[in-house]
Write a protein that binds this ligand. Structure first.
Ligand SMILES: [Fe+2]
Length: 152
């Protein structure tokens, strides 16, 4: 395994997780009304999980002799719940891609391979959960919209 390449790739993951932390936290903060009651905890939990992932891989970067990234990408602003879920899904899919790229760099190291396979499983579960929620939110919005236009 090429340590320099792995450090670089894991730092891309750290940057993404730190961005996720900020983005999920922002969504938890700006939610209003009924959506806030239902979804605030979900976005906060996801923010906490992103921090845990950032720490996990920052510590691997240090173990490999690198310096962990403290950079973040700009977060995608959103005010509507469905936008938040769309951006979140996009974010998780991006994370899966980066962890998969890291996995291909670690094929000759059993421990790192296992670590990354577990991580890909976790992120895939998160993405599938978001897909389900997004589908539900869009269906509910559709019903609401049809009801509104019938009475109009
Ligand atoms: Fe993550």
């Amino acid at each position: 395994m090429d340590k320099a390449k792995v450090i670089d790739k894991l730092n891309q993951a750290v940057t993404l997780e730190l961005t996720g932390l900020l983005q999920y936290n922002q969504y938890a903060q700006v939610l209003v009304g009924q959506d806030r009651k239902v979804w605030e905890g979900f976005f906060k939990d996801n923010s906490d999980e992103a921090l845990a992932h950032a720490r996990k891989f920052a510590s691997r970067v240090v173990s490999l002799g690198g310096v962990p990234s403290t950079e973040t990408h700009p977060i995608k602003p959103a005010t509507m719940l469905h936008e938040m879920l769309e951006h979140s899904l996009e974010h998780e899919r991006h994370a899966i891609t980066v962890y998969e790229e890291a996995l291909t760099l670690c094929q000759d190291n059993t421990a790192y391979r296992n670590l990354l396979e577990d991580q890909i499983q976790t992120e895939t579960d998160d993405a599938e959960e978001l897909e389900k929620f997004l589908g539900q939110v869009i269906r509910l919005a559709g019903h609401h919209h049809r009801r509104m236009s019938k009475t109009a």
